[in-house]
Ligand binder design. Structure first.
Ligand code: ADP
Length: 151
């Protein structure tokens, strides 16, 4: 570590950058979507995780492994909706746009997942709903790492 001024500024910047600044577009499907169509979305959008919504709010997450499990289990992927096989709320690990990238990275490692939905909270009749506004993944964080190194 050279300890020069630029390095210190760079380090500070890593701790300051908010999730909202490096987010990607989330790939979202309704819970009633068939597993088949959700797999197609995953391929077309080139992601590893698809977020599932119910009435417009976050209901769950499906990943590559969830799809593989379902496929090798002999499920009729044309008939079964994605809502049946997803990992569901309240077990979804999320971040807010105002949280730092460091906090998101810690959550990803702690919970052993590839990506997190970025959410905004809405309170309706004392119940909490989460609107999906973005996605942060290991790829985003790795890209940021390279970007900062190139500066
Ligand atoms: P992959 O299946 O490609 O290895 P992950 O490691 O992200 O992808 O997913 C592992 C498991 O964790 C899956 O069952 C998935 O549904 C679940 N999962 C993925 N992302 C989240 C998240 N943000 N919160 C909770 N569970 C998640």
């Amino acid at each position: 570590y050279s300890g020069n001024k630029e390095s210190i500024e760079l380090l500070n910047r890593i701790y300051e950058i908010k999730v909202g600044e490096i987010k990607s577009v989330p790939v979202v499907v309704d819970e009633k979507t068939s597993v088949y169509d959700a797999i197609v979305s995953m391929f077309l959008e080139d992601v590893g995780t698809v977020f599932v919504i119910s009435d417009g709010y976050l209901a769950g997450v499906v990943s590559r492994k969830d799809f593989l499990k379902t496929a090798i289990g002999g499920t009729d992927i044309n008939k079964v909706p994605v809502g049946i096989i997803m990992t569901r709320m309240p077990n979804i690990v999320t971040v807010k746009p105002t949280e730092t990238v460091l906090e998101a990275a810690k959550k990803i490692i702690e919970h052993e997942v590839d990506s997190l939905p970025i959410v905004e909270e809405k309170i309706i009749d004392d119940k909490e709903y989460l609107k999906v506004v973005g996605r942060i993944s290991k790829t985003n964080i790795t890209k940021l790492f390279i970007e900062l190194a190139n500066k």
